[in-house]
Write a protein that binds this ligand. Structure first.
Ligand code: A2P
Length: 260
């Protein structure tokens, strides 16, 4: 369990061991989970997709495994109670249980291959999974001194609701520039990732214009519009034009969105 005891959400870090089966994945890809059993009509459940949260060589190098970040779904976006079939199945797994997996999927939400590329990552909640994979890939390659900066905007209700808060806090400041936005900390103003993007406009403007910067958004659908507006404001503030910049970023595969 990644979220604190008093947290309102139950987020788990789940490691799947593939044993002798070859199952190569890249950071940013997703895999499908097939929950066992059938629905109320007796049909098999649909597969659900989850982002891989570990880098390509696995959660633990030289072991054939990978990690997922799974939030137990107990309510829909409007707060009505629902039972998330796949997420509850995954969160309730016991060590050693066998899981049916398909995939991997994803050909675009991938990190650049060349050393020196900058990553600008924006996520909320479990949207942090691919960011963890990419960050961890870079962390393991620090000794190679390949260069490239990492900047992260991460939104969560509160620190105890933020998956990987502890490990993130331990990363060196010169390795990754982390900006946490907390929306439900008593006595503190509500902050979203887009507020922090505006607050860090100088650094964000530099990244938006760096030929070697790749941008990733993952998390709640609602964040998409807010972040787009924040980038537009940053550009305007610096005499730039987001409407002109965005198509350039898209054409060169430097703007990636995965929201749900
Ligand atoms: P909020 O407190 O308003 O729900 P969740 O915990 O539901 O996965 O959400 C992760 C974080 O994303 C929360 O801090 C949540 O704030 C925030 N959030 C919700 N809607 C948006 C949005 N439209 N743009 C950015 N962040 C959002």
């Amino acid at each position: 369990r990644l979220t604190g005891d008093g947290a309102s959400s139950d987020i788990r870090h789940i490691v799947l061991d593939f044993g002798q089966a070859a199952f190569p994945v890249l950071e940013g890809q997703t895999i499908g989970i097939l929950p066992p059993g059938t629905d109320a009509q007796g049909r098999p459940h649909h597969p659900r997709l989850y982002s891989v949260a570990s880098p390509r060589e696995g959660e633990r190098p030289r072991y054939n495994n990978l990690a997922l970040t799974v939030k137990r779904v107990t309510e829909d976006h409007d707060g009505h109670p629902v039972h998330g079939v796949a997420s509850n199945y995954l969160c309730d797994l016991a060590k050693g249980d066998r899981v049916n997996v398909i995939g991997p999927y994803g050909t675009s939400f991938l990190m650049p291959n060349h050393p020196g590329a900058n990553l600008l990552m924006v996520c909320t909640g479990t949207g942090s999974a691919p960011m963890r994979a990419m960050t961890e890939r870079r962390r393991r390659r620090i000794p190679l001194k390949e260069g490239g900066t990492l900047m992260l905007f991460f939104g969560a209700r509160a620190p105890e609701e933020l998956p990987y808060f502890g490990p993130l806090m331990k990363l060196p400041k010169d390795f990754i520039d982390i900006n946490f936005a907390f929306s439900r900390v008593p006595g503190q103003p509500k902050q979203y990732v887009q507020d922090l993007i505006r607050a860090r406009h100088d650094a964000v403007w530099r990244q938006l214009n760096a030929a070697d910067c790749y941008i990733y958004l993952c998390g709640l659908k609602g964040m998409e519009k807010g972040v787009d507006e924040a980038f537009r404001d940053v550009c305007r503030q610096h005499g730039g034009d987001w409407e002109a910049l965005l198509p350039q970023l898209r054409e060169t595969s430097r703007y990636h969105i995965e929201t749900y």
